[in-house]
Design a protein around this ligand. Structure first.
Ligand code: SF4
Length: 174
């Protein structure tokens, strides 16, 4: 959106509802006045074509913000909402198992396509790898075929079943 000049901003001033009018009239000092200043800054930011990211953590992250802020999102007053994962914990569910199954996690071939195409520049593959690591380290949940390799790494410091002392044994047979 093109940047608007001052007169354009003035002519497009957002209409004030009863709550805004109440706040403007009564919130005059200290923290209350700072809230009014912040709201005016937000309004100017939007009128100048800026975008707003709302970031919330803790208890508010459970407030079904997509629904609470739906009208503001529709009116393009909020472009992005960023919440902590607390809402997942508080609803008694976990990302792994309740939202992503072990089968889905293991289906990833680590091709990196999602990282290259991601429109918000996060790295889904890092998350997938960490979830896989958590499965193995925290839940000892690995395919049976991998267990031999894990035990070899632990005992022989390599994926093979030979003792480290025998690694050069082949040279005697050459
Ligand atoms: S790296 Fe991303 S795109 Fe590739 S298989 Fe895994 S999840 Fe799918």
């Amino acid at each position: 959106m093109a940047k608007k000049n001052y007169f354009c901003i003035k002519s497009e001033k957002m209409s004030k509802g009863p709550i805004s009018q109440f706040i403007e009239h009564h919130y005059r000092h200290f923290n209350a006045a700072a809230l009014v200043d912040a709201a005016k800054g937000y309004e100017t930011h939007l009128l100048e074509g800026g975008k707003m990211l709302v970031s919330l953590a803790g208890a508010m992250s459970t407030a079904e913000l997509g629904i609470s802020l739906a009208e503001m999102i529709r009116q393009d007053k909020i472009a992005i909402i960023s919440c902590t994962g607390a809402n997942l914990e508080e609803d008694g569910k976990s990302l792994l198992h309740d939202y992503i199954s072990v089968e889905e996690l293991r289906a990833c071939t680590t091709c990196n396509a999602c990282v290259e195409e991601c429109p918000v520049s996060i790295s889904p593959l890092d998350i997938i790898v960490e979830l896989r690591r958590s499965l193995v380290m925290e839940e000892s949940n690995a395919p049976a075929e991998w267990n031999g390799m894990f035990s070899n790494i632990e005992n022989n410091f390599a994926p093979w079943k030979f003792s480290p002392d025998d690694r050069d044994a082949w040279t005697n047979q050459a």
